[in-house]
Design a protein. Structure first.
Ligand code: DAH
Length: 513
């Protein structure tokens, strides 16, 4: 306990100490009195009090008082009497007055006679029947005595500075007057009072000295030697501080950069390709037949502008056509249909990054280690799992002796660097044989999920490109990976620019601000 108290004392600001001392000497002191006696300004008193209260050293009470006074109308009523009183006075002499004569007989303003009638009825001082206002017995009683509201009115008139406290009777009068418009002024006044709590008592008992303290060691302190005499106030390193959200990379960008680094570490070079590509590179070069389902309008975005793309080297086109139709010299019989150049010319938004690999193979000599990361486009309907635009990463290795085992090895290494355990299951793609899909293990879900496709490019792909060495290739979606990494259930979150999510999402792996 005492250690705690000592620590608390060491962290007290000089204003807090002054305030506490003053309260000890003068427990009833108001903030204004404290300010006067300590030489602090009222703001410092209040902030020191707030700080002491937050540490349970004192208790702060806030009292709100209502101060009543009369408005100008109220003062006039107090002077002349309430309108129903003035009518009652007239009725006391005459018993009954016709409504139409009310104003002239009583001197009550025409506008006010209606209000007066209302109150005469409410107070049961008069009856109104067939235009005639007649005093009641009750009214007669009141002719010579004041009602509670009138007493309050008188009292307020006599205490023109304002009244804070009323007797019960006067309070009833206040309630009645408050039922009328524009008679009472109510001003609210807030005052504070303090009480030392047991912890405050303990601090006072322990004792402390009030000495000007420095909060920071400054250059000047060091230069002129002040630091030797100054007392420095310790920091409370557990105090809550405002949260600061530093600017950071978008989570998706973080993963993309991380993937790029992994490939570069593994000795791959980057190729980016184009968003707009010919169907030739996107499909035909991958031995995807021209009637393949993936080419359908509902799966692929075809462009109007440009409507077509140039085809590459005519030898390559011819060889590709032949391979599709008959298999040419690849050892296969091809797809057995008439290949169309027009279909191959169609321009598409690339549906995957795999076309970059075939183009790269055509343009480069093995050995090749290439990767690409970029957007791909598919005609998907938006939902929690699908977007018409997303990212893929693609890898390609081509060279003497490259085998399916190398493919599995590269993938294992790649996923390991991303922090996942991987397993493989057989799959089919028109452009690879053998083909596989990689699955990664999710600890939290205790299950395997599919992340990407891979395989050895078929001779039907490689031969027309002029490549006679084996090539392994793999591709996968990046958003999926991001969803797993950041625990996002809805893929759209990655594109929503939800500032709260962006601020809070921890970029625990690959953080680069
Ligand atoms: N292009 C495939 C897709 O979009 C993924 C893929 C499969 C890429 C097999 C490859 C591969 O390189 O060999 O789903």
């Amino acid at each position: 306990m005492s250690e705690d108290i000592k620590k608390t004392i060491s962290e007290l600001h000089i204003y807090e100490k002054k305030l506490l001392k003053e309260l000890e000497a003068n427990p009833e002191a108001t903030p204004e009195e404290i300010a006067k006696n300590t030489g602090m300004d009222i703001k410092s008193v209040m902030s020191a009090a707030g700080s002491l209260a937050s540490k349970d050293i004192i208790e702060m009470h806030k009292d709100v008082e209502e101060i009543y006074s009369l408005t100008d109308d109220g003062k006039e009523y107090a002077e002349k009497g309430l309108p129903e009183r003035r009518i009652l006075n007239a009725l006391a002499n005459k018993d009954r007055i016709h409504m139409k004569d009310l104003s002239t007989e009583t001197g009550v303003d025409k506008k006010e006679t209606n209000i007066a009638i209302g109150w005469l009825r409410r107070k049961n001082w008069a009856n109104i029947d067939k235009g005639m206002v007649t005093i009641t017995d009750f009214g007669k009683d009141f002719a010579s005595k004041m009602d509670v509201d009138e007493e309050t009115l008188d009292y307020l008139k006599a205490n023109a500075d304002g009244v804070r406290l009323f007797t019960d009777d006067l309070l009833n009068g206040v309630k009645k007057l408050a039922g009328r418009k524009n008679i009472l002024n109510v001003k609210k006044e807030t005052s504070h009072s303090f009480k030392i709590l047991p912890k405050g008592e303990a601090i006072l008992e322990e004792g402390f000295i009030i000495k000007e303290q420095a909060t920071q060691l400054t250059h000047q302190h060091l230069k002129d030697g002040q630091w030797k005499d100054l007392e420095y106030r310790p920091y409370d390193i557990n105090a809550e501080a405002p949260v600061i959200f530093a600017g950071k990379k978008h989570p998706l960008r973080v993963i993309i950069d991380e993937i790029r680094d992994i490939f570069l570490d593994m000795g791959f070079v980057e190729d980016n390709g184009e968003y707009v590509e010919s169907a030739f590179w996107n499909f035909d070069s991958l031995f995807q037949p021209q009637d393949h389902a993936a080419r359908e309008m509902q799966d692929t975005f075809y462009l109007k502008n440009p409507l077509t793309c140039d085809l590459p080297d005519m030898d390559l086109v011819k060889l590709t056509a032949e391979t599709h139709e008959t298999g040419a010299d690849t050892g296969s019989i091809g797809w057995q249909y008439d290949w169309s150049e027009d279909i191959a010319r169609q321009s598409v938004l690339r549906t995957h990054t795999t076309g970059i690999s075939t183009k790269h193979l055509f343009e480069h000599e093995p050995p090749i280690k290439m990767f690409s990361v970029g957007r791909v486009f598919r005609r998907e309907t938006f939902d929690y799992k699908h977007l018409p635009e997303f990212h893929q990463v693609e890898g390609l290795v081509c060279g003497e002796g490259i085998s399916y085992q190398n493919l599995l090895g590269v993938l294992k290494e790649f996923y390991k660097k991303l922090g996942f355990e991987v397993r493989f299951r057989p799959a089919y793609f028109p452009y690879t044989y053998l083909s596989t899909e990689s699955e990664i293990y999710l600890e939290e879900k205790e299950s395997w999920i599919e992340l990407g496709g891979a395989g050895m490019f078929r001779p039907e792909v490689l031969k027309p490109l002029g490549i006679d060495q084996p090539a392994l290739a793999f591709g996968m979606g990046i958003e999926r990976l991001a969803m797993i990494r950041y625990d996002v259930e809805d893929i759209r979150m990655l594109y929503k620019s939800d500032i709260n999510w962006l601020r809070e999402v921890p970029l625990d792996k690959g953080v680069r601000l």
